[in-house]
Design a protein around this ligand. Structure first.
Ligand code: ZN
Ligand code: ZN
Length: 385
């Protein structure tokens, strides 16, 4: 199947409209209004307010009890857009720098096509998720009863990938993207005059030793064949040249592909922080918070997704088992509930190669028909008449 030129043109208009009016996570008021209004205009049943600003469209055809979930994310990022094209962000300091405008549009395009063609037997749930960028939109929808209210036999979603050629897909079986955690370590020493260190306990020195010692976790505690990363990304202490501060705080992030490795790293962060601090006569308290589980694709559904992609663009344009991605993605919460697969779609290696989260990024409109066609074909194959 291919997406007709008229629908491609319409999708481009929706995409530019969404891009021009970006909204941060859980604030997707205008975006969810637009999604709901479009779905309703296609004759699709709409449910709103799932996970605050989330939207679910339900399209039934025939008698089959089978059902499929298709998911797109809707939120933008707190980045000042550097582009000057006509559809640039109208909102200062907010932009669609991750292509969620494109993801939402591709799913809307598929919904419009399927509502008209009715080329399937069963129920399709179009899931428009808020707040993917680190603030828990997928979790909010799941906790709001997403899959209890809209049961799905399988679930699919996709993310654009800059640098991968247009018309190409990448599909990986098993773990695909890392689970993520954030941590904070509060170090308490004893404040003193900067010229009289002997009367204090230097929290800055303790924090520096903790930051160094934490680097032994990935190199010495994680099995070399496993993959993990620990980055200390913030150290805060002191406000004066001549004061040894009483306390210091370190913060950072951990990524890993299994819950066991993640938990082990969390325990070792606490042990090292407390132990190093004690060695200097200070104290440390670590707070470790897993944010996303690792994203794990079901082997059979990955095989299915690769088959759909192959049908659309040919085997030569489907990359099987691409490298693991250390970034996280909260679709993992949904895949922990319902088996399915997350795939990557090429955003272009010339135009479209600018990395996501960059102020010059833009979703490539030429990718829209490929993504919409994937969703349509997945429905027609999974819910074949
Ligand atoms: Zn992003
Ligand atoms: Zn994204």
């Amino acid at each position: 199947m291919s997406i007709p030129e008229t629908l491609h043109n319409e999708m481009r208009e929706w995409r530019h409209d969404i891009h021009a009016h970006p909204e941060l996570g859980f604030q997707e008021k205008r975006t969810s209004d637009l999604v709901a209004a479009q779905l309703e205009s296609f004759g699709i049943e709409v449910h709103r307010g799932i996970g605050r600003t989330g939207v679910v469209g339900v399209l039934r055809n025939g008698n089959s009890k089978r059902s499929l979930g298709l998911r797109a994310d809707m939120d933008a990022l707190p980045i000042q857009e550097a582009n000057s094209f006509a559809h640039r962000s109208r909102h200062d300091g907010v932009m669609h720098a991750c292509g969620h405008d494109g993801h939402t549009t591709m799913l809307l395009g598929a919904a419009k096509h399927l509502a008209h063609a009715r080329s399937f037997d069963g129920t399709v749930h179009f899931i428009f998720q808020p707040a993917e960028e680190g603030i828990g939109g997928a979790k909010a929808m799941v906790e709001d009863g997403l899959f209890r209210r809209f049961p799905c036999d399988a679930l699919f979603g996709m993310h654009n990938r800059p640098g991968m050629a247009l018309g190409r897909f990448a599909v990986r079986s098993g773990p695909m993207m890392a689970g993520g955690a954030f941590f904070d370590i509060e170090v308490t020493g004893r404040g003193a005059h900067g010229a009289r260190p002997e009367s204090g306990i230097d929290s800055v020195l303790v924090a520096a030793h903790i930051a160094t010692a934490l680097q032994s976790i990935v190199s010495r505690n994680v099995r070399p064949v496993e993959t993990a990363v620990l980055s200390v990304t913030q150290i805060h202490a002191g406000d004066a040249y001549n004061v040894i501060p009483q306390s210091a705080r370190l913060s950072g992030t951990v990524r890993a592909f299994s819950t066991e490795v993640m938990e082990m790293i969390g325990r070792n962060i606490a042990r090292i922080a407390e132990g190093v601090a004690a060695g200097f006569g200070a104290t440390a308290k670590a707070d470790f918070r897993p944010i996303f589980p690792p994203l794990i694709n079901d082997a059979a559904e990955a095989e299915f997704a690769a088959g759909v992609c192959t049908e659309l663009v040919g085997a030569a344009n489907v990359r099987r088992d691409p490298p693991l991605i250390m970034a996280s993605e909260d679709f993992s919460y949904m895949l922990a509930e319902v088996r399915g697969c997350y795939i990557n779609i090429g955003n272009g290696d010339g135009e479209g190669a600018c990395e996501v989260h960059n102020p010059s990024y833009d979703f490539n409109d030429a990718a829209l028909p490929y993504g919409a066609a994937f969703f349509v074909r997945a429905v027609e194959r999974k819910l074949a008449r």
